[in-house]
Ligand binder design. Sequence first.
Ligand SMILES: Nc1ncnc2c1ncn2[C@@H]1O[C@H](COP(=O)(O)OP(=O)(O)OP(=O)(O)O)[C@@H](O)[C@H]1O
Length: 335
Amino acid sequence: MEPIIKLKGLEKNYGTHKAVDGLNLDVYPGEIFGLLGPNGAGKTTTILMMLGLTEPDNGTAMVCGHNATRNPIAVKQKVGYMPDNVGFYPQLSALENLLYIARLNGLEEQGIAERALTVLDIVGLKDAADKRTSGYSRGMKQRLGLAEVLIKNPEVIILDEPTLGIDPTGVREFLELIKSLREEQGLTVLLSSHHLHHVQQVCDRVGIFVGGKLLAQGNQAALTEELFGNAGIQTVIQLTQPPAEPAALREKFSQWPNINSLNLSGDLLTFNSSENITPGLIRALVERGEDILRVTQKEYGLDEIYQKYFESSPNKTTDHERSIRNHLFGRGKRK
Ligand SMILES: Nc1ncnc2c1ncn2[C@@H]1O[C@H](COP(=O)(O)OP(=O)(O)OP(=O)(O)O)[C@@H](O)[C@H]1O
């Protein structure tokens, strides 16, 4: 299957700052793809290049078979874009706002009101169609933003931070709506977010975008594998006392092929491994005469990495990749 969005070597510089740095990405028809990354990662810049609203310094963005830079109008006809700051005329009702946008998009007058009501129904705003948008909640505004995107019957919708500022129930409902649009209308959806949980709920595949680069992409399982590689499991063993011969212990375990890193600190032994080696570790330690006080095992997930590296230090994007690799792959196992 041919990708409906194909980004190849896409690059955008603002002065000396590389906002997007050699991005390659394929999104396939009917897919929900999540561009996940902290603030400033380059998500919006990438989206603007896909829409032909910003020109890349290098590379190409092909969307629905058109080069977005050379033929932005053709792309605009097939792609609906919801920016992160949707705005409406507050004194107009939702229906009036929607009709205004429909006309701006060149929709034919005949049947336009019916189409607007259908779309408002799809996004769950039919009952509030005549209400002024000044009284709309943030969640309702997002739905209306989606209605504005849908009214022109796009093939692809691109949503920039669509869940920003919505309460948890609103987020869940909004994401369900996106999912049903894909299922019922076969839409391709690309959404950007810095909330892993939101993206995880709905996306078939996710690209983790940091410092203008795509760190990894794939479904949840593939991503965890790619990001954590062979270091997915951590086993911490506490002995009743520090080992009698720590050097010999280190020597022994450094020969185990699936141990990626080992840290000995007093009575605490920490192993990062590719597989679940906890039972074998316990056996080996007991055979060496060590007394085990406590064993804990932790399996890293995508959640873990995101919390730790993206959400806690959103401004240190350039250090993220290094941090992840150093932390997770210890002795440079990462390709
Ligand atoms: N017009 C501009 N001029 C100069 N720098 C810019 C411009 N637009 C974006 N940048 C910078 O490029 C980098 C990427 O910004 P971008 O908005 O694409 O990131 P983002 O991942 O969408 O984050 P956010 O969610 O905060 O918008 C940031 O460092 C930003 O400050």
